[in-house]
Design a protein around this ligand. Structure first.
Ligand code: SF4
Length: 348
């Protein structure tokens, strides 16, 4: 693209727009948030989709909307209920910001959703990408988005390793201003389903004739290697209740949420004494991954200690409790929580 004259650039952008939109019209995945122009629903989907796979979001999106069908319902909810509905999606800061922003809209804007990217950026948890996505999809504002998928497509199509500011300029220049929301989603969809990080599907790509790289561009930057860790939890059950502890309010990850008591490897082996206690039993092991760490999680049964600093919850109440994703996974494996909620059982 850099070697072209401006007339050629414009021709190139037109061809790209036309081809990517024609492809999107035929091949777009049917997703619940694409069936609406309601800014609340589009905003919710954009927040959920940050760092979470589409299939996982679909199940949680519908359940969340069942609990909080409107902005007003979300704004008036207790934070613990919002976190409970978010449980399983991870990155709970997103839920807290969503809740805080809903309160701002209701209290300070009389419930009127901001309708431009600029105004949206004043809300908690909404940055440049999210504001542009909501404004273009819900309000048809001609603003381009750049996320990881758009970045990869633009780098490859242009045949250059563009800087962040060049990427935003390039995306804006390529934007179809008559269909900005569709265009933004089309480029993201192309990156997610065809121009994938490894082995891009150039043979079936709708923009192959205008692509400089055709899969050959070496994108700079390496993914961080995964780390491995083993962690231990104890599962105490009594009279249909489970003992949970609350994470600190100022914890970096998942503050204020409930989890099983974590124990040291020594406790799991002999409960801290030299004599092996017969009641100590490994219940099961599972794997759990968070960003760059792969955890091996061992869940133990230990005798309940009188100074156990936790709170007992009845099993039926657990779906309403703000549990960490890992705790939910453990309780499902232990058959204390049902394997899947009804919405999660739907085919994707
Ligand atoms: S031709 Fe290949 S590299 Fe170029 S945009 Fe399409 S899938 Fe990506």
């Amino acid at each position: 693209m850099a070697q072209h004259s401006s007339a050629q650039d414009s021709e190139f952008a037109q061809a790209f727009r036309h081809q990517v939109l024609a492809w999107y019209d035929l091949h777009a995945r049917r997703l619940p948030w694409r069936e609406t122009h309601d800014p609340y629903r589009i905003w919710l989907s954009e927040i959920m989709l940050q760092q979470t796979r589409v299939a996982a979001v679909i199940a949680h999106y519908e359940e969340f909307l069942r609990r909080f069908p409107t902005l007003q319902k979300l704004a008036s909810a207790r934070e613990s209920s919002v976190l409970a509905a978010w449980s399983g999606l991870g990155y709970y800061r997103r839920a807290r910001m969503l809740h805080a922003a809903a309160k701002v809209i209701v209290k300070e804007r009389d419930g009127t959703f901001p309708n431009s990217a600029k105004e949206l950026q004043h809300l908690p948890g909404i940055g440049r990408y999210t504001s542009a996505a909501i404004a273009s999809i819900a309000f048809r504002e001609p603003v381009a988005v750049v996320d990881g998928n758009v970045e990869r497509v633009l780098q490859r199509v242009s045949g250059r390793n563009l800087s962040q500011s060049q990427l935003w300029t390039c995306a804006q220049a390529m934007l179809d201003s008559s269909r900005p929301g569709d265009f933004n989603q089309a480029v993201m969809e192309l990156g997610a389903t065809v121009c994938t990080p490894r082995n891009p599907g150039c043979l079936t790509c709708p923009v192959v004739n205008v692509c400089a790289a055709r899969g050959e561009l070496q994108i700079t930057g390496k993914a961080a290697p995964q780390q491995k860790r083993t962690i231990h939890y104890t599962l105490h059950q009594q009279d249909g209740k489970v003992c949970l502890v609350r994470r600190a309010k100022d914890a970096t990850l998942m503050p204020d949420m409930w989890e099983l008591p974590q124990i040291s490897p020594a406790s799991s082996q002999n409960n801290g004494s030299r004599t092996r206690i017969p009641d100590v039993r490994l219940l099961f092991t599972l794997r759990h991954s968070i960003t760059v760490t792969d955890y091996t999680v061992r869940v133990w049964r230990l005798p309940a200690s009188p100074d156990l600093a936790g709170k007992w919850f009845r099993a039926e109440r657990l779906p309403q409790v703000a549990l960490t994703g890992l705790t939910r996974k453990i309780l499902r494996k232990a058959k204390i929580l049902p394997l899947k909620t009804p919405s999660e059982s739907k085919p994707v």
